[in-house]
Ligand binder design. Structure first.
Ligand code: ZN
Length: 235
């Protein structure tokens, strides 16, 4: 495997708390997790201690699901000789800060797909546990029925959503890696960024009429796709 020179470590993620080190990677928790904890306590306090504990347990489950997804990226990256400096965990997903980009399309493909595959694997595991314990999986739910059912759907959402072919999301990196197997990386990035911008506009339109989160993610995709293009143009 080819290795690219490693520049000095980047700055630590801002607005976050270091909670430990796993596999030699520092794990940071974004402040929005603290906000979420506060929100659950305030919103559920009138329902009693049990409701608050259930809410906190749910946040813990989201945290662990995102962490396992991110660790999967890290394990494969480290195997390919890419230095991972830290992992930042946000309620909607995680970000693994890599000191260098994988240069081989095959490496980027493997690193990018590892996270979603892990999430989908966990979804299958929890779905099996739900069925074995007599819960029904349909209709989809994140907040009702047994924990196995909720965790199955949470991990499926995490895996499937990240597979959207919208750079800089995992699916967009998988797409870019696929294109880069047949053409220069720069051209592959430009094409993947075009697709990402189109999908981002769809997300923003849906966000306006349906779910506010999609609007936020759409903006994040537009900014991220632009950054990836600028990055590729420097090569
Ligand atoms: Zn991922």
């Amino acid at each position: 495997m080819s290795k690219v020179p490693q520049p000095s470590p980047p700055k630590r993620p801002g607005h976050s708390l270091k909670i430990g080190r796993l596999l030699g990677v520092s794990v940071f928790l974004h402040w929005t997790f603290a906000f979420l904890i506060l929100l659950v306590i305030v919103a559920d306090s009138h329902l009693g201690v049990h409701a608050v504990l259930a809410g906190l347990f749910w946040i813990g489950a989201v945290f662990l699901s995102v962490l396992l997804h991110e660790l999967a990226h890290c394990v494969v990256a480290q195997r390919d000789g890419v230095v991972v400096d830290d992992i930042l965990l946000l309620p909607i997903g995680g970000v693994s800060q890599m000191r260098s980009l994988p240069r081989e399309p095959g490496e980027e493909f493997a690193i990018s797909i590892a996270g979603p595959l892990t999430s989908i694997g966990l979804a299958v595991l929890f779905a099996a546990l739900a069925l074995l314990t007599g819960s029904h999986l349909w209709p989809p739910t994140l907040f009702t029925r047994s924990w196995f059912v909720r965790l199955a759907w949470l991990n499926l959402v995490l895996g499937a959503f990240n597979l959207l072919p919208a750079l800089p999301m995992d699916g967009g990196r998988v797409l870019r890696a696929g294109l880069a197997m047949r053409e220069p990386r720069k051209k592959a990035t430009m094409q993947a960024a075009q697709i990402a911008r189109f999908l981002a506009l769809v997300m923003i339109a849906l966000g306006v009429v349906w779910d506010f989160w999609l609007l936020i993610i759409g903006i994040f995709v537009i900014l991220g796709a632009g950054a990836e293009e600028a990055d590729a143009a420097r090569d």
